[in-house]
Design a binder for this molecule. Structure first.
Ligand SMILES: NC(=O)c1ccc[n+]([C@@H]2O[C@H](COP(=O)([O-])OP(=O)(O)OC[C@H]3O[C@@H](n4cnc5c(N)ncnc54)[C@H](OP(=O)(O)O)[C@@H]3O)[C@@H](O)[C@H]2O)c1
Length: 340
């Protein structure tokens, strides 16, 4: 016996990837529904070797469905997730709406699987921001060994993190550069993204940081340990898929770079590729379609007592969103619903 699963936002980047991953990981599905907005009614999406047609979220009845994997923006989530939860269908949400709610667990299964048992307070579980998810997978095993005091992270985030419109804008703008009559001014992004980088993701906060940077701080604390100090600079780069992060970590205890490499080699969800030679590291294009968070360039930071630098790359549509959501669904099934 398997689960009755709803994928909400099935025509989007994350929704499509959730369907791929449910099929790839042979998630025990009895019945599946794929939902999007009314304008996409009947749009075909793939689920393994099947083709499914989307139905309208607005008229869907969640009664009798076990779990709903939501990948729509916060606004639609606010309207529909409580309806699903109230109907007894557990919501696993990719938006930022519930991440900071004390009654909603924020889960990365490799890091804080025990939080799953808090799901029942609202029947909702939150999935973290894409940049946070890959970073905490790398930080947790190191924190367990040497206690992290402070993290300084700079991100290089792909345009797929901004949804379908982000991908289209980079594609169209890149082509238009070679065809000067075909002007494609910025719409989704605040400046030209083709052949450029933009140090601005999400809205500005009062202190001059952006909401994306704030999310990395707040979510790392909620998922791993509230005592960890994080400072972030989040940058959009002209890469279609795959987020990269340069991470500097200060520990309470000494941690040798060789030991850190060994710890990360054993860590769940992590793949270490770290040869000190040309090409002996992972770049975003190589992580696309993979489940792992890749760590390279592990080295001591000699400017502080207990410091390390590393380079962290992952497929933002997978570990940063869809894979993590499916892993939460697996955890929920294994630990709570126990049907499969
Ligand atoms: N992309 C990432 O790396 C990433 C990572 C973590 C979290 N997230 C979050 O995941 C969510 C989805 O992101 P995405 O990148 O997949 O966006 P996307 O490619 O723009 O897709 C959005 C999806 O939401 C649906 N939708 C939007 N408003 C709706 C409404 N009112 N009713 C029904 N369906 C509606 C769209 O359906 P139509 O096609 O019918 O419009 C589409 O299926 C967002 O909350 C995002 O912040 C994304």
């Amino acid at each position: 016996m398997g689960y009755n699963v709803v994928v909400v936002g099935a025509t989007g980047n994350v929704g499509r990837e959730m369907l791929n991953i449910l099929a790839e990981r042979l998630f025990p599905v009895d019945k599946i529904a794929v939902l999007a907005s009314r304008k996409s009614l009947g749009t075909e999406v793939s689920f393994g070797d099947k083709t499914l047609k989307t139905t309208d979220l607005d008229t869907f009845d969640f009664t009798g469905w076990d779990m709903a994997l939501f990948a729509v923006g916060s606004e639609a989530t606010k309207q529909y997730a409580p309806l699903a939860a109230k109907a007894g269908c557990v919501v696993i949400d990719n938006s930022s709406l519930y991440r900071y709610d004390a009654d909603v667990p924020l889960i990365v299964p490799e890091v804080n699987p025990e939080a799953i048992h808090d799901y029942a307070k609202k029947n909702i579980i939150a999935n973290p921001n894409c940049s946070t998810a890959q970073m905490v997978v790398a930080l947790k095993p190191l924190h367990d060994r040497a206690r992290i005091k402070r993290v300084v992270v700079s991100t290089y985030q792909s345009v797929s993190g901004a949804g379908k419109e982000g991908i289209d804008e980079l594609w169209d703008q890149t082509k238009s550069i070679y065809n000067p009559t075909d002007n494609k001014p910025p719409r989704k992004f605040t400046k030209q993204i083709a052949f450029n980088v933009i140090p601005h993701i999400d809205v500005f906060m009062e202190d001059g940081s952006t909401k994306e940077e704030w999310k990395m701080v707040a979510e790392t604390k909620k998922i791993i340990d509230k005592s960890i100090k994080v400072t972030a600079t989040c940058v959009r780069v002209p890469v279609f898929v795959g987020h990269s992060e340069a991470i500097n970590i200060e520990f309470e205890d000494h941690l040798d770079e060789d030991e850190a490499r060994d710890i990360l080699r054993e860590a769940p969800g992590v793949m270490v590729i770290d040869k000190r030679e040309d090409g002996g590291y992972v770049s975003p294009i190589e992580c696309v379609g993979d489940f792992a968070t890749f760590i390279s360039r592990i080295r001591q930071d000699s400017t502080i007592d207990n410091g390390l630098n590393l380079w962290c790359v992952s497929d933002n549509l997978r570990k940063g969103a869809a894979l993590n959501a499916v892993q939460i669904a697996e955890l929920l099934g294994r630990e709570v619903l126990k049907k499969g």
